[in-house]
Each structure stands twice: as structure tokens, then as C-alpha cells.
Design a protein around this ligand. Sequence first.
Ligand code: AMP
Length: 216
Amino acid sequence: MLNLILMGPPGAGKGTQAQKLIAEFSLPQIATGDILRAAKSAGTPLGKQAAGFMDIGKLVPDELVIGLVEERLGQPDTQSGFILDGFPRTVAQAESLGAMLERRQLPITRVIVIDVADKQALIDRVTGRWSCPVCKTPYHVTGAPPKVAGRCDNDGAALVQRADDTAEKLTRRLAEYEQTKPVIDFYARQGKVTELDGQQAPEQVYAQIKQALGAP
Ligand code: AMP
């Protein structure tokens, strides 16, 4: 069983690595950003509450995010493992997660932190990224373009860009990411953290993740 947490600044490649892990280990991905964006576009009460924070790149209040993760972890597909992507982002979230997992007797296997020190590299990655709304495959205008411009290679769906993937909003999101350092320290004290350099090729990053998991 693999119970993973993926951390890293916006554009570090968490989504790309999660896709690889899903393909190889069939784990469900619990990406709080994706769940919140879906709630926002569906106009649910949660989505409406979260929208104001998300639109300016601020963190959504802990109670909202913790509640949605609790609900998601209660679904049966998480029994054989999961990838948490973008959660926890505060120590309060990490502590709540610890309590939820303890109740379910699901220990965290490893916290993978993908670092990218070069801010300009993150800006280039984030402002050039598109993804498939159907199968979630990530693309990049120069780094990983689709075969047909604007269309997903797998299912032909029109690719979409995130509303907060602008240089201006990224500055705010990076500042928010800086605030997550205590979460890394929280897990480092438990000896659970592996930090990787996200400025390598995605395949190299993935190989190092597998190494950290002790997977062949
Ligand atoms: P992401 O897709 O992970 O970049 O998340 C997009 C936005 O959703 C963030 O800028 C926050 O507004 C919100 N969000 C996602 N996950 C969390 C979290 N764990 N805690 C608070 N806000 C979150």
C-alpha cells in the first residue's frame, strides 16, 4: 500500500508525477485544487465559499479543505493507497490528516517534495501549461505540446488553461507556498520527507520518486 503526499510549488510537476504514479500503481489522486475547481465550476456551496480565495491565489480556509479530504478519504478506493496532491498545506491540515489516517490505520508512506528553486522556470511552466479536462493529461506549449494544437492526444478534447495560471497570480501562489515550509518540517521530524530537484527531466524525477519508495 502506498499512501503518498506530493508537495512542491505551483509548476513543480506534481501533476505530471501523479499521472505517472497513477498509471503504474493505480492509486487514486486526491488533488484538493482539482476538487475545489470542480466544486467552483459546479457552483456548489463549497465551491462558492472557496472561489473568492482561489481567484486571488490565497489558501482556502482549513475547515473547508479538511472537510473535503475527510469525505474523499472515506471512499473505498483509498483503502489500497492514495496520492494527496496539494494537501496538506498548513500544519493544522497536516494534524487533521494525521488524526483521520490514524482512525483508518493508514500511515503515510512518504512525503515527496519536488523543489524548483528557479522562479522564472516556474513562471514559464505555469503560464504555458494546458491540460485535458477529460483525462487530465498535462501539456505545455513548448515543453510537451499536443500532436494537434489545442487538442488532447488521448481523446481529442479541447485543452483548457487554469484561471490562476497567470504570472501575476503565480506570484501570490508562490508566496503561499513559502508558508507551507512548516508542513515539510512537520513530516521531516517523522523522517518521512524526500526532497527532489524538479528541474530535471520528468522521467528522472519519476525514477527518483520510485527509488524513494523502494519500488523496482
Ligand atoms: P492547486 O491546484 O493545488 O494549485 O490549488 C489551487 C488553489 O486551490 C490554491 O491556490 C488554493 O486557493 C486552493 N487550495 C488547494 N489546495 C488547498 C489546501 N490544501 N489548502 C488551502 N487551499 C487550497
